[in-house]
Write a protein that binds this ligand. Structure first.
Ligand SMILES: NC(=O)CC[C@H](N)C(=O)O
Length: 251
């Protein structure tokens, strides 16, 4: 099995390059039938409105929604996060089509325009951290969205204090959010909900592969993925031949 990367637009090459560095084959997905050949999917950053139009053109929405609903691991980065959200605000007039499945409201371009893009160090979530690795990761936000609220099944992995982003104080969306956020003035930038992972930042643009490794652990078919589950199993079956329902991670 290989990891699919939606390759309509955006930073799909960069994701494929990181997968390659981790010894995993990433393949470009542009047509619905190509989803049948992949175990999981990364939806890259880019421009979610354009991506939605291209997905519509290629008749990808039914297959993408089915892929999500089947419980296959899907990771959306930035525009990919918007694409996976159940609800988006800050959209262009007329809205945009979303795959949905991720129970959250995402605000497009939350941190401002392209020139207000920024990088910052954020603490690495415990589940993503690796032994001996640095305690933080470089989070690259490019005209990024932020998650404003999440449903009960959504686990928050990372958030960011609005006060940390000085240049953004002039952004009306942030000011509004600062007023409405009760304590700590934070917005959410990374979440997990079952088979879905979403990040507002771009790990594929850094040398730190820990977010990709974390996603790969959600993909049982990959050699090395969920290895702790396999090693504690009493089964002698080889990793690659076990059925998906044998893996507790899918429950
Ligand atoms: N880096 C990105 O993916 C930017 C996302 C873009 N602002 C959008 O709304 O789609």
């Amino acid at each position: 099995m290989v990891v699919g990367v939606l390759a309509l637009q955006g930073s799909f090459n960069e994701h494929i390059a990181v997968l390659k560095r981790l010894g995993v084959k990433g393949v470009e997905v542009r047509k619905p039938e190509q989803l049948l050949n992949v175990s999981s999917l990364i939806i890259p950053g880019g421009e979610s409105t354009t991506m939605a139009k291209l997905a519509e053109l290629h008749n990808l929405f039914p297959a993408l929604r089915e892929f999500v609903q089947m419980g296959k691991p899907v990771w959306g980065t930035c525009a990919g996060l918007i694409f996976l959200a159940n609800k988006a605000t800050g959209q262009k007039t007329g809205g945009q089509k979303l795959i949905g499945g991720l129970d959250c409201t995402v605000h497009r371009n939350f941190f401002g325009s392209q020139i207000q893009s920024f990088e910052t160090e954020l603490p690495i979530p415990q589940v993503v951290a690796e032994d001996g690795g640095p305690p933080s990761f470089r989070a690259v936000f490019i005209r990024a969205p932020a998650i404003l609220d999440v449903g009960p099944d959504v686990e928050v992995l990372s958030d960011i204090p609005l006060s940390a982003i000085e240049t953004l104080n002039s952004n009306p969306a942030i000011q509004k959010e600062e007023e409405s956020t009760e304590s700590g003035k934070k917005v959410i930038v990374a979440v997990k909900q079952g088979n879905l992972l979403a990040t507002a930042f771009h790990p594929e643009l850094t040398a730190d592969t820990r977010w990709h490794s974390y996603f790969l652990k959600m993909v049982p078919e990959i050699e090395g993925g969920t290895s702790d589950i396999v090693s504690t199993s009493t089964s002698n079956q080889s990793f690659g031949t076990r059925s998906i329902i044998d893996f507790p991670i899918y429950q």
